[in-house]
Design a protein around this ligand. Structure first.
Ligand SMILES: O=C(O)C(=O)C[C@]1(C(=O)O)C=C[C@@H](O)C=C1
Length: 111
């Protein structure tokens, strides 16, 4: 293996390029999946508005975080890492669900 500094910037970029292309593709898939997840959550929010179900479901959040912890351990990721990501994801979901539920209630019908 060459020592650090022996490759030109272009050489380094060429060597890393294939993996970086894979990485970019994976990063975009993560964003697409987050969008899909948010859409499902907004469907759930609409049902909550229609049926008078509370937006905040602490038991469900615990279930999701436990599920993420178990899968993370199984695939060799630190559970603290994925838990912090999913806490952020769920936080944003709660904000967006609140907005939609309030809109539904204000208009008197599901939006
Ligand atoms: O499962 C639900 O009820 C959801 O609305 C989804 C979700 C989540 O992002 O996982 C969001 C808000 C809740 O309080 C619980 C979980």
């Amino acid at each position: 293996m060459k020592q650090q500094g022996q490759l030109s910037k272009t050489g380094a970029s060429n060597i890393l390029q294939p993996q970086r292309e894979r990485l970019d593709s994976i990063s975009l898939q993560v964003v697409d999946l987050l969008s899909e997840r948010m859409k499902v959550c907004l469907d759930i929010a609409e049902l909550k508005a229609v049926h008078g179900i509370a937006m905040m479901q602490p038991g469900r959040i615990s279930y999701v975080l436990d599920m993420i912890r178990t899968r993370s351990e199984a695939v060799g990721l630190r559970p603290e890492y994925t838990e912090s990501i999913f806490k952020l994801i769920i936080e944003e979901t709660c904000i967006q669900e609140d907005v939609l539920i309030n809109q539904c209630l204000a208009s008197g019908r599901p939006s």
